[in-house]
Design a binder for this molecule. Structure first.
Ligand SMILES: *[C@@H]1O[C@H](CO)[C@@H](O)[C@H](O)[C@H]1NC(C)=O
Ligand SMILES: [Cu+2]
Length: 176
């Protein structure tokens, strides 16, 4: 029985560690893809985007594009001259930094009229595959662009702790 106990413990450790080291790929709009008249805010609702995760915009090439803009550009459905659009129809964007990210379609009135726009908030990467949540988020020497980052880190380590507690409980049932 000892070896199966080791296996269970190993599985529990993997289940705890994997979410923090693997990047998630989000297909924007899921099967609908990137198009007009879709509620991308509803799509983004309840999802947690972390640094290192990927957004994939799928659309028929030539029918749409993807422009990364700032908050003003998002509101006005405009991008500064010289903004290079993504046009492949299968555009993957790796979320490199935390904070608000805005994307619009630059075709015709797709953004203004078709509501083809997406805003998300990218959370800081969960620092390390830890078994035990660290008591405080790592101190950042530079001023952070968003004031809510420390509490976000706390929530994330709190949910990690919850996951760990569940797994320890399940493990206990197996081993009892
Ligand atoms: C944000 O985008 C707007 C509209 O495209 C542009 O005019 C403005 O310069 C941008 N602001 C910053 C801070 O980049
Ligand atoms: Cu479009």
């Amino acid at each position: 029985m000892a070896s199966s106990q080791y296996l269970l413990i190993a599985l529990a450790i993997m289940a705890i560690s994997v979410p923090s080291i693997s990047a998630v790929e989000f297909v924007v709009g899921d099967e609908t893809g990137w198009t007009i008249n879709f509620d991308y805010q509803a799509w983004a609702q309840g999802k947690e985007f972390y640094v290192g995760d990927k957004l994939v915009f799928n659309y028929p090439q030539g029918a749409h594009n993807v422009l990364k803009v700032n908050g003003t550009g998002f509101q006005q459905c405009s991008a500064p001259a010289g903004t290079v659009p993504l046009t492949s129809g299968n555009d993957a964007i790796t979320l490199a930094t935390p904070g608000r990210k805005w994307y619009i379609c630059g075709f015709g009135q797709h953004c203004e009229v078709g509501n083809q726009k997406l805003v998300i908030t990218v959370l800081p990467k969960v620092s390390s595959p830890v078994l035990w949540p660290s008591p405080s988020p790592s101190p950042s020497p530079s001023p952070s662009p968003s004031q809510d980052q420390p509490s976000v880190a706390n929530i994330s380590s709190a949910s990690r702790f919850g996951l760990m507690a569940i797994l320890v409980g399940v493990l206990g049932v197996f081993l009892s």
